[in-house]
Design a protein around this ligand. Structure first.
Ligand code: FAD
Length: 541
């Protein structure tokens, strides 16, 4: 029986070539007794700055298990835990019996839509994936032009286009969930990341990261797989309306005409406000939900390295790359870090002309001299200043519009030093930073709901105390950061994953309120494909 060995701690200076020797020692056997082994997970522990450690979990076969019995008996005292490795395997069901009288349509090619489309195609359901934006190669040019000061493209930007918000995201492949579905998604991404082999490996490292420069290749490779398995991907095709009756879905009206279909997977992300409005008009069941709102903070990366890695940080930078961090400040409304981008860039994460908000990304090398992170508060539904289902979206819009105006309609970013924000004064000299389209000194309170502004002020001071006075002095705030999560949930049945209001409609991913990142959106896509496969027979013809 294979074993799982957890929590084997080694100095980061220890060569990886010695792992099998350490594994044998931990098991109390000779190296010859150790059979096939692999790293399940590798994480970095920076709590003791004198001795940073990698922490490993392994799956291992031992030739003669009897030999390790005494060690296992005494395992409670040892930091290393040894237990049977019995993770369930990844499975997909046999196709169901219910006939599906037409090809399924997947709306949106973000991680949720692409992965759902991939598994439907792989299992013979010939999906048609519709994307309002452009193929990723065109999209790269549109985004670069916008960053360089060019015009905003409403259908090809940081949020819309092939790969969705995932394409120009930071590419951190972290996910709270575990298990075979998460592993299958990571394996699919690893399989698709082509020639640029990433280290540390995205399947085992606890903070896997691809970077915005690698994501386009992944996205393209998944598209090619969908097509190779009989699916289709159509760009410049925005779904503008649903055609449904009491029997359920009949088709979708798109910017390129009507497509008849009995089954629609809605993977629209959290920024397709026109599509949310259409769903509300069609009375598709939706519920307002809390979402995250705040600012983006930027520091010099060397400061973060020194705080996280300690006095030997320069040596560790060479070995480990730039450091990240995660903080929570408790208060009436907690303030927490979100989407921290080591060696990253602040970007205009905009999907509508005349509105402005920030987000962050980094390239695979994480080599910009700046570190940025969202600092966000979860805004409860009661604070939405409205009672309709889209009240949260209107709250986002109100402050994003204000931010656009403050940025003089040129997508310059409203900026304030952290020390000035907590002292309620304007910033006179803005320090250098990574934002590409120019910064303007502003009172950030103007772009934050009062409860968020209060939590940011309180939280900044608490974070500064936690870092012994090193968080605040160099912190530069920009914002607003409004698109951390969806302000609305598109309801669905927890078992069938189908909308309770429209038969054949399957809301998935972040925009529907069932995911909060690349991997969780992709896993939601996979699980919805599984539910569809289990229920329906393969599409004929
Ligand atoms: C700058 C940035 C950095 C991020 N960094 C990370 C990170 O490091 N790690 C992480 O886990 N997450 C990150 N995220 C979040 C992550 O990108 C999202 O959680 C994820 O992409 C959500 O996937 P999705 O498929 O649900 O939706 P999306 O990725 O938003 O995709 C939705 C797609 O649907 C399309 N669409 C919308 N409406 C229509 C319509 N009517 N017709 C046709 N097509 C339509 C859109 O064009 C889009 O392509 C980041 C996000 C941003 C913006």
């Amino acid at each position: 029986m294979p074993l799982r060995v957890n929590n084997l701690r080694l100095s980061i200076e220890e060569p990886e070539g010695n792992l099998s020797l350490h594994l044998a020692r931990a098991l109390g056997v000779t190296p010859a007794d150790v059979g096939h082994w692999r790293v399940l997970r590798k994480s970095l522990d920076v709590r003791d700055k004198r001795q940073l450690q990698f922490v490993y979990n392994f799956a291992v076969e031992v030739h003669d298990e009897q030999r390790i019995a005494p060690h296992r008996a005494g395992g409670a005292q040892s930091p290393v835990q040894i237990e049977p490795y019995d993770d369930p395997p990844f499975t997909m069901p046999e196709p169901g019996k219910e006939p599906l009288p037409g090809r399924p349509v997947v709306v949106g090619s973000g991680p949720a839509g692409l992965v759902c489309g991939y598994f439907l195609a792989l299992h013979g359901y010939r999906p048609i994936v519709l994307e309002r934006g452009t193929p990723v190669n065109e999209r790269i040019h549109d985004v670069q032009r916008f960053d360089a000061g060019g015009a905003f493209h409403p259908e090809s930007n940081y949020l819309f286009g092939e790969g969705g918000a995932g394409t120009f995201s930071d590419g951190k492949l972290t996910c709270r969930g575990t298990g075979p579905d998460v592993m299958r998604v990571l394996e699919l991404f690893a399989e698709c990341k082509g020639q640029q082999i990433g280290k540390p490996d995205i399947i085992t490292y606890h903070r896997p990261h691809l970077g915005s420069n690698r994501l386009p290749a992944v996205v393209k490779a998944i598209r090619r797989k969908i097509i190779a398995h009989g699916g289709e991907v159509r760009f410049h095709t925005k779904v503008e309306d649903l055609q449904c009756d009491e029997q359920g879905m009949r088709g979708v009206e798109t910017s390129s005409g009507l497509i008849a279909t009995p089954l629609v997977v809605l993977a629209i992300g959290h920024s397709a406000r026109d599509t949310y409005e259409m769903l509300a008009r069609r009375a598709v069941p939706m519920t307002a939900k809390p979402f995250q709102f705040g600012v983006r903070v930027e520091h010099p990366q060397t400061l973060i390295n020194s705080v996280q890695y300690g006095p030997k940080h320069a040596a560790y930078e060479d070995q480990l790359g730039n450091a990240d961090y995660s903080l929570v400040a408790h208060g009436e409304h907690d303030l927490f870090t979100f989407c921290m981008c080591a060696g990253g860039h602040i970007i205009p994460s905009v999907s509508q002309e005349g509105y402005f908000c920030t987000n962050g990304m980094s390239l695979s090398k994480r080599d910009s001299p700046f570190a940025n992170s969202g600092l966000v508060v979860t805004v409860p539904v009661e604070a939405f200043e409205g009672t309709d289902v889209l009240a949260g979206m209107r709250l986002q819009e109100r402050y994003e519009k204000k931010a656009f105006e403050l940025g003089k309609g040129a997508y310059s970013v409203p900026t304030q030093r952290g020390v000035d924000f907590v002292k309620d004064r304007m910033t006179k000299v803005i320090p250098p930073g990574s934002y590409p389209r120019g910064k303007l000194s502003a009172d950030l309170r103007e772009v934050l709901p009062p409860l968020v502004a209060k939590a940011v002020k309180h939280g900044l001071m608490q974070m500064d105390r936690r870092w012994h006075g090193r968080f605040l002095p160099d912190a530069v705030l920009t914002g607003p950061e409004t698109r951390g999560s969806s302000p609305v949930r598109i309801d669905r049945d927890s078992q069938s994953r189908e909308s309770p209001g429209v038969r054949g409609l399957y809301p998935i991913g972040e925009g529907a309120g069932y995911a909060g990142g690349i991997v969780s959106a992709a896993v939601d896509g996979l699980r919805t494909a599984r539910a569809i496969i289990q229920r329906y027979a393969q599409v004929e013809g």
